[in-house]
Design a protein around this ligand. Structure first.
Ligand code: NDP
Length: 243
């Protein structure tokens, strides 16, 4: 395998949807990758060059760190971390199981924090690097049936902006990407059929959601800006999405 000239990119939740499309976009641009998710075969099936795929739950801090150490020994320091892994379990808050709330808080918030924890000290020490956190339009405004999901994504936006300010003098960038509706597996994990149908019906009504490649292009654009430029936030929605 020829050694790539570009720096290492780590992507969580790379086994489907936006994460998989982002892996393909960065790979096409010549970056070596570390892909993390629980489903290994889906990541390996992308068949990307200069890419390590490691079965990793974002709640497992030790596993994240050890995968990153392995990738860095091969490709050098992490230049870009894309904290993309997330889940959305929409539902009626009076009926929804608190276990679903726990899952969203764990993956969407603690998973992002675990990724940051694994790379931020080294980025601050070497005064370079970029962390991209995938927030949501639901991290800027509320949506019915999305209560806890919105709470986690508002949290991602707050976390990103707070840390951005704190490490700005160390030349480290933090970027929030806030997509609107994107056609992925995300909604299909909801157990509340009415909430799921509401999302899917609205997407159909507006002529379809965005595709994962639309978001991947925005992430790549933000990362490839010179280090002196911090694109703090990109909100990217279907044109016909009203709220
Ligand atoms: P997908 O369901 O297609 O992808 C979610 C990814 O997260 C999968 O690769 C999944 O991998 C991974 N993941 C989930 N739980 C864990 C975990 N515990 N550890 C590691 N990886 C995990 O959905 P999307 O591509 O749509 O979602 C990607 C991000 O985009 C999420 O943060 C989502 O909230 C956000 N987003 C999506 C929008 C949309 O409309 N689709 C809109 C706004 C934001 P695996 O199951 O293999 O672990």
């Amino acid at each position: 395998m020829q050694s790539p000239s570009k720096p290492l990119v780590v992507i969580t939740g790379a086994s489907s949807g936006i994460g998989a499309a982002t892996a393909q976009a960065f790979s096409l641009a010549g970056y070596p990758l570390l892909l993390l998710a629980r489903r290994l075969p889906e990541m390996e099936a992308l068949n990307l060059p200069n890419t390590l795929c490691r079965q990793t739950d974002v709640l497992d801090r030790a596993a994240i760190k050890s995968a990153i150490a392995e990738a860095e020994s091969r490709f050098g320091p992490v230049e870009f971390l894309i904290n993309n892994a997330g889940i959305m379990l929409n539902g009626d808050p009076a009926q929804q199981s608190p276990e679903e709330w726990d899952q969203m808080i764990d993956v969407n918030l603690k998973g992002v924090m675990n990724g940051i924890h694994a790379v931020l000290p080294a980025m601050v020490a070497r005064e370079g690097g970029t962390i991209v956190n995938i927030g949501s339009i639901a991290g800027r405004k509320t949506f019915g049936a999305h209560s806890v999901y919105c709470a986690t994504k508002f949290g991602v936006h707050a976390l990103t902006e707070t840390i951005r300010e704190e490490v700005s003098q160390k030349n480290v960038r933090l970027i929030t990407i806030a997509p609107g509706m994107v056609g992925t597996d995300l909604i299909h994990h909801s157990t509340d059929e009415a909430a799921k149908a509401g999302w899917l019906d609205y997407a159909a009504k507006i002529g379809g959601a965005l595709i994962p490649e639309d978001i991947a292009a925005a992430i790549l654009y933000a990362c490839q800006a010179p280090q002196r430029v911090c694109i703090r936030e990109i909100v990217i929605c279907p044109t016909k999405q009203e709220p």
